[in-house]
Design a protein around this ligand. Structure first.
Ligand SMILES: Cc1cc2nc3c(=O)[nH]c(=O)nc-3n(C[C@H](O)[C@H](O)[C@H](O)COP(=O)(O)OP(=O)(O)OC[C@H]3O[C@@H](n4cnc5c(N)ncnc54)[C@H](O)[C@@H]3O)c2cc1C
Length: 191
């Protein structure tokens, strides 16, 4: 990417050039390589989804449950009568690549679930794990940085990153169009 007049020119790996007024970096934790500011620590996190079941007995209002403990444990139900259970983070970006560690972490999640809901079966359909970036204050970084005046960054770090991404789309649209956005200050890089 290079600055050009009031905008940017992007060079793709296959040799094409794309010109624009602005560019949005939505490249997740890979974005750290472009930035001077440290935008968080990389961790591995683990999750599983269980087979659909007939009963959620003992689960008050099928509420979303999220521990504030570290490492945390979270769980929620889905519209197709399943439960998603996750957490057990470890402070290493690539730890989740170990099949052994995944198996151990999934077992821990299953035990936690069994402790909380002893009357519910937990037949696991699928398990997964991956890297995610966690910021010091738990909030995403969304907006502009001094080193790239023609760029916006939408970095949905953290365990709420999917929600932050939706917020980022609104904030960046408003910043670009010069419209006020009350959330912009909360997520700005120099907060
Ligand atoms: C196991 C697990 C469970 C999670 N559970 C939840 C949850 O329940 N709720 C929640 O809100 N969040 C959850 N998260 C966190 C959430 O996934 C992230 O916070 C969110 O995806 C971050 O969004 P992002 O757009 O910043 O980055 P990403 O979703 O990582 O997207 C970045 C994209 O950019 C691409 N990319 C990178 N570099 C380049 C490049 N040079 N050129 C082109 N493309 C590039 C990547 O391939 C990727 O597709 C979970 C994460 C994991 C790993």
């Amino acid at each position: 990417m290079e600055s050009s007049g009031g905008g940017v020119v992007l060079h793709t790996a296959s040799g094409f050039r794309i010109s624009g007024q602005r560019v949005v970096f939505a490249t997740g934790y890979e974005s750290q390589q472009y930035l001077k500011q440290n935008v968080g620590a990389l961790k591995s996190t683990f999750a599983l989804i269980r087979e659909p079941c007939d009963s959620f007995e003992g689960w008050p209002d099928r509420s979303l449950i999220w521990e504030s403990a570290r490492p945390y444990f979270y769980l929620r139900t889905t519209s197709d009568e399943r439960a998603i259970i996750g957490g057990e983070d470890v402070p290493y970006a690539t730890a989740h690549k170990s099949e052994q560690l995944i198996a151990r972490k999934i077992q821990k999640l299953q035990h936690r679930f069994a402790d909380m809901f002893p009357r519910l079966d937990l037949e696991v359909s699928y398990t997964w794990a991956g890297t995610f970036g966690e910021t010091e204050d738990g909030l995403a970084y969304i907006g502009q940085t001094p080193e790239f005046p023609h760029a916006y960054f939408a970095l949905g770090s953290g365990g709420n990153g999917i929600t932050f991404c939706v917020i980022a789309a609104k904030i960046i649209t408003d910043l670009h169009l010069g419209r006020p956005n009350s959330g912009a200050n909360i997520f700005r890089f120099d907060r």
